[in-house]
Design a protein around this ligand. Structure first.
Ligand SMILES: Nc1ncnc2c1ncn2[C@@H]1O[C@H](COP(=O)(O)OP(=O)(O)OP(=O)(O)O)[C@@H](O)[C@H]1O
Ligand SMILES: [Mg+2]
Length: 690
């Protein structure tokens, strides 16, 4: 039902509404909710009394009410600073909302609200400005972006309104964005630090769903909040069961995951992966095993991502295997949220985080302490026994007793079993550390990450480490927003209509964004000469280590590194940098365990029958006839690599059956099934950890 608008012409003459009963009446009349939830009323009463308030409530907890009710309960304007676009979760459906939708919904509820944005026409904006400058503005809620606050023009308008005593409250939504400690730091939020000085005496309400203790302090200090009332709702989700499974202890992680998803019945879910290639790989395995699923990452085109999202929301697809490009756009009481990862990736994540924060920093730099702390927390969560729920809540600064869990995590339900798995994992890890020179199995939680030697696999000491192709980047966050914006899904009454409206309004914005992204993608995917050079160097280093490991090996490391690099380039040069780098990394891994026979057969291009030969029969590259070496060099230097043959022996590289280079998962599985001497271990692993 559309509510009557409040009398807008005599705000300043109105009296303040106070008291639980009167405030609840406002809630019922305008929003249709029977009572306040959690800490809503406390937050409202705090700001109405003029006291700053920091409000930490989970996603969907109802933070908006905390500034919407004060807008109705007290004369003046409530300024709401929030990002242009946000999400709302209702009954497992993700709703995109932006200022325009918020305002539209509020108007329907009889609240005089407006927003100011570059997406509006000048005419509309002028009208709002006129109203703000009028003697008695009828507005109650004004939504703006932090970018607008940063402009001198708007700030001077605000100071005028303030000097006339018309500012009731400043609400900073998604306040964690102000903190560089947060996961979603936005430089535009930094400008909000001046609000207190520019607009003194107006209470500030900071709202967030994601602030860890450090961020909370940072938000309060950055906004210059005075003795704020700090309200924290519990982040405990009693309906979620927490469990950690170790890939290394599973016979077949794909089968395990398939069984788990099937055992959950008809629920939708997301499997998060670190890398795009893992998403594709896992999605195809799950599909083969009868699970309706699709991959989602920023490497897919917009159209495909939109359709994956639509299919998932409309339950055509049960599971999405995604990188963080999908964002946390998922909320459902019966959800399963799984993370597929490998701790050997830790250095990569840390390096990546480091490079994103400071592109100019030396690649030899240690990752920032924050990344290390965060990562150690995650490792501790997985690799130590003890209640998982408590660990999660601890990380939000919530002190709870383990009795809260009531056996709703694996560590509380089956403590002995978890201990046993951890012992087994440690045994496998120490075994992995002894094998060859690779440190892929680095995983001891008792050894802090910053003390661990850099993993050979990920310590890309070249520009390659900056590659953002392998892992989704910060920009990916907006990808899902784009897709939601483009989504044609009629998911709720009137929603499509609103989406269309939004789509048109935002068209310009996204066109520019798309264009920027396309040009970025193109650049990111190119394989530069510097990349190739550093890959050759990496392969050369590995070959030298291999030579040290294998006494009988006689090769020319220089030539061999050129050959192997070229092989990677020939195979994936056209596909793009991520595939190329991945193949180089595979080759480096392969070199760390390869035996003399396999390596020489790969390098000995004169050998026509190749793989069946034993090492002694195969000539290493050093003793390859000059003509063949020349051919290899020619091939390396030739621009059209696809068409080069190895005459005079009339053998093309494609004719030779080379030992295959295993993928990362094949490599890991192979490694964990062998002991130090390469002897297969007894197949004593469980197929499930339960
Ligand atoms: N007291 C209440 N009783 C019932 N429903 C409520 C109450 N307060 C808010 N809601 C509903 O909860 C939902 C989420 O509210 P809101 O969008 O304000 O959450 P939020 O905390 O801002 O979440 P997010 O972190 O996603 O921004 C809305 O549908 C809102 O109508
Ligand atoms: Mg919100």
């Amino acid at each position: 039902m559309k509510k009557a608008l409040l009398p807008v012409n005599n705000i300043s003459k109105e009296r303040k509404v106070s008291g639980k009963e009167a405030l609840t009446k406002l809630l019922r009349w305008h929003f249709g909710h029977s009572a306040y939830r959690g800490k809503q009323l406390e937050a409202i009463e705090s700001v109405l009394s003029g006291r700053d308030c920091f409000c930490l409530m989970p996603t969907g907890g109802g933070k908006s009410i905390c500034y919407q009710i004060p807008a109705l309960a007290k004369p003046g304007i409530v300024l709401v600073v929030s990002p242009l676009i946000g999400f709302e979760f209702i009954e497992c459906i993700v709703f995109l909302h932006d200022h325009s939708l918020n305002v539209m919904a509020l108007k329907e509820k009889g609240v005089a609200a407006e927003y100011l944005s570059s997406t509006q026409t000048t005419q509309v904006r002028n009208k709002i400005h006129e109203e703000l400058e009028s003697g008695n503005p009828g507005l109650r809620l004004l939504y703006v972006t932090p970018e607008l606050i940063a402009t001198t023009g708007f700030m001077s308008k605000l100071t005028k309104i303030h000097s006339r005593g018309l500012l009731n409250l400043i609400a900073v939504d998604e306040a964690h964005c102000i903190s560089t400690w947060g996961h979603d730091f936005r430089p535009s939020y930094r400008k909000l630090a001046s609000l207190r000085k520019r607009l003194p005496g107006v209470p500030i309400l900071a709202l967030t769903a994601t602030a860890v203790p450090k961020v909370q302090v940072d938000v309060i200090e950055s906004l210059d909040m005075e003795n704020p009332l700090v309200l924290k709702s519990s982040f405990n989700r009693p309906n979620i069961y927490y469990e950690v499974r170790f890939k290394d202890l599973l016979t077949d992680p794909y089968v395990d995951l398939t069984d788990l998803i099937k055992s959950c019945g008809d629920v939708c879910g997301i499997v998060y992966c670190l890398e795009r290639t893992t998403c594709d790989d896992l999605a195809s395995h799950l599909s083969t095993n009868g699970i309706s699923c699709a991959a989602y990452h920023a490497g897919l085109n917009n159209k495909l991502r939109t359709s994956v999202l639509d299919d998932w929301i409309s339950a055509k697809t049960q599971v999405v295997v995604a990188t963080v490009a999908f964002g946390m756009v998922f909320y459902s009481p019966n959800s399963n949220l799984l993370f597929v990862g490998n701790f050997s990736l830790r250095q990569f994540i840390l390096n990546n985080a480091d490079n994103k924060k400071s592109p100019s920093s030396s690649l030899q730099d240690r990752p920032p302490k924050k990344s290390i702390d965060d990562f150690n927390l995650m490792v501790e969560y997985c690799e130590t026994s003890g209640c998982r729920r408590k660990k999660i809540l601890d990380s939000f600064g919530e002190q709870v007793s383990t009795s809260l869990c009531k056996k709703t995590c694996d560590a509380c339900k089956n403590p002995n079993q978890v201990e046993k798995y951890l012992e087994e994992l440690k045994a496998i890890c120490s075994l992995g550390n002894r094998i060859g020179s690779s440190k892929i199995f680095v995983s001891s939680s008792s050894k802090p990450v910053d003390e661990v030697d850099f993993s050979e696999y990920w310590s890309r000491d070249d520009e390659a480490v900056v590659s953002e192709d392998d892992i989704s980047d910060d920009d990916d966050g907006i990808d899902v927003q784009e897709c939601l914006t483009q989504s044609a899904l009629p998911s709720k009454s009137k929603f499509s209509e609103k989406m269309d409206f939004l789509q048109r309004a935002e068209e310009k914005y996204y066109q520019k964004n798309d264009h920027d992204k396309q040009s970025n993608k193109h650049d990111k995917n190119a394989i530069s000469e510097t990349t190739r050079e550093s890959c050759k160097q990496r392969l050369l280093n590995s070959l030298k280590q291999t030579q040290q490991r294998l006494d009988t090996l006689q090769i020319d490391p220089e030539m061999s590194s050129l050959f192997l690099e070229n092989e990677c380039f020939k195979k994936y040069g056209k596909t793009g940098k991520s595939f190329y780098l991945s193949q180089v990394a595979s080759t480096v891994r392969w070199l760390s365990t390869v035996d003399t026979a396999d390596l020489t057969s790969r390098l000995a291009t004169t050998n026509q029958n190749s793989t069946s030969k034993v090492a002694s029969e195969v000539k290493p590259l050093t003793s390859v006839s000059p003509s063949v070496s020349d051919q290899v060099m020619k091939m390396i230097n030739d621009k059209d690599h696809e068409n080069v043959s190895l005459s005079p022996s009339q053998i093309t590289l494609n004719d030779i059956k080379l030992p295959s280079i295993p993928s990362f998962s094949e490599f890991v599985n192979k490694k964990s099934s062998k002991d130090t001497y390469g002897v297969d271990k007894k197949p004593d692993k469980r197929s499930r950890l339960q």
